[in-house]
Design a protein around this ligand. Structure first.
Ligand SMILES: [Zn+2]
Length: 76
């Protein structure tokens, strides 16, 4: 598999934190996906998309307890 952005061949499965936005909050959801080691492009398969959609639904329904790890701030 080659990267469609930079055509590099160093694509490895990595755990990354995907951002899911719920209202004014950002929730980091860890997922394991192929990531291009050269340019950082992330590749999502259908299962991962589905998983993230399910997580978003769950979060919007308030069904999960979350841990605060930082603040999201706006400049200006
Ligand atoms: Zn790349």
């Amino acid at each position: 598999m080659r990267c469609i952005i930079c055509h590099g061949d160093r694509i490895e499965i990595m755990e990354v934190k995907e951002e899911v936005i719920v209202g004014n909050d950002i929730v980091y959801v860890p997922v394991k996906i192929p990531v291009c080691q050269t340019c950082g492009e992330r590749y999502y398969d259908r299962r991962t998309f589905q998983f993230l959609e399910d997580v978003e639904e769950e979060l919007k329904a308030g069904k999960r307890n979350l841990r605060e790890v930082g603040k999201v701030l706006v400049y200006g």
